[in-house]
Design a protein around this ligand. Structure first.
Ligand SMILES: Nc1ncnc2c1ncn2[C@@H]1O[C@H](COP(=O)(O)OP(=O)(O)OP(=O)(O)O)[C@@H](O)[C@H]1O
Ligand SMILES: [Mg+2]
Length: 372
């Protein structure tokens, strides 16, 4: 068994999963580990911070030598390419070259390989499993696809394999002259019309061919999914929840931990992102700290600016303390599990140095998670 550790960063849409996973992975690398991070659709500036060229499906080594001091670890970044990953899976499991080519050229395959519900998540799992198996890394960090809800990621692969497994799969792979096939052919014209519009051409034939050829690969898929299941429940995996101090976060955190427990998935802790830092004082700033009025600014206007600046610490302290109850609730939810906070940053991550600055804040998380 590979000693690679696996960290899966889940969370609702827009909470900062991609940013946090990249920063966390970088911090693991800065602590001397060989790390791979699989990001999903990173913001352009974040992708540019990680890579020298365009970030793609193949691991690209992040130029850590640009940092000062140069760290001992290694970080490979990549961005999930659904189609390329699904193609790799087909190549691996196809029983022969002919079946492989028939699937890869099938129009229905090209359609489902990027759009089937749950396939995004399935492919992400597939990709990390390959990284894990390669034995090249001490740690693999997975960012997860944008979902409305953090829990959807956990449910998706199951949904996909149910769909592929018994139901549609068996029905559609019946021989062409069978009742099932004819029923489908004659079946709901509306559905067929929609599919035709989406895929174009000889829809039904291609769908039937896809499932027919695909059936030959299904045993491989199933075996693989059993291995992935085992890996996700293994001692080297930790699920992490990226969240924010928003009022809805508590219910989500609670549900997340419960679902992990129910499914026997190991919980690693919470990253609470975008926490407003409390200022060093909650008093208004002394007028003496402010500069002299520049000639160009009229007296009344300057007074207003100064009043605003002087009160900034008061407002910031008020906002930070308004978040305190939500944070306390999250801490209670975490129980014995760790919770780390990541403050709101002034600007988006736009360079490797900026990412390193954010990742330094995650040093306690790296230390704690690496200790086990
Ligand atoms: N701590 C932070 N301070 C300031 N901005 C942040 C912080 N964390 C994330 N952001 C910004 O919030 C936006 C969303 O972040 P990110 O893309 O990491 O979220 P996500 O959870 O991956 O989103 P999606 O669900 O769409 O994948 C980005 O513009 C990012 O720069
Ligand atoms: Mg994201």
């Amino acid at each position: 068994m590979s000693g690679t550790r696996l960290y899966i960063c889940c969370g609702s849409g827009g909470v900062g999963k991609t940013t946090t996973s990249a920063a966390f992975a970088l911090q693991l690398a800065l602590s001397g580990q060989r790390v791979a991070v699989l990001t999903i659709d990173p913001a352009r500036r974040l992708a540019d911070s990680l890579a020298v060229g365009p970030l793609g499906n193949e691991p690209q080594t992040v130029p850590l030598e640009r940092l000062n001091p140069v760290p001992g670890g290694q970080l490979d970044g990549m961005m999930l390419d659904m189609k390329a990953t699904f193609d790799d899976v087909v190549r691996r499991f196809a029983p022969d070259a002919e079946s492989r080519d028939r699937i890869l050229q099938n129009r229905y395959y090209r359609f489902v390989s990027t759009r089937l519900a749950g396939s995004h998540e399935y492919m992400a799992m597939e990709r990390i499993f390959a990284l894990y198996e390669s034995g090249q890394y001490d740690a693999v960090v997975l960012d997860t696809p944008p979902t409305r809800h953090a829990l959807e990621f956990l449910k998706a692969p199951e949904r996909m394999s149910n769909l592929m497994d018994e139901g549609v799969m068996h029905w559609l792979s019946l021989p062409r002259d069978s009742f099932g096939f004819r029923a489908l052919e004659r079946g709901s014209e509306a559905v067929v019309a929609v599919l035709k519009r989406l895929i174009g051409g000889e829809t039904i034939e291609e769908i039937a061919e896809f499932f027919h050829v695909f059936q030959g690969m299904w045993a491989g898929f199933r075996e693989r999914s059993v291995q992935v299941r085992a890996l996700l429940r293994g001692p080297n995996t930790r699920f992490l929840l990226v969240t924010t101090p928003a009022p809805a976060a508590r219910a989500e955190a609670q549900e997340f931990v419960q679902l992990l427990r129910r499914d026997g998935l190991p919980f690693g802790g919470f990253f609470v992102n975008r926490v407003l830092p409390a200022p060093s004082t909650s008093q208004a700033l002394s007028a003496e700290l402010l500069p002299k009025r520049p000639e160009a600014i009229p007296h009344a206007e300057w007074e207003q600016i100064c009043a605003g600046v002087r009160q900034a610490t008061v407002y910031q302290a008020r906002l930070a303390s308004a978040e305190a109850p939500a944070l306390a609730e999250l801490r209670r939810e975490a129980g014995d599990a760790p919770l780390w906070t990541l403050p709101e940053q002034d600007a988006d991550v736009h360079s490797l140095d900026a990412l390193a600055a954010v990742s330094a804040l995650l040093a306690p998380a790296v230390a704690q998670l690496s200790r086990r």
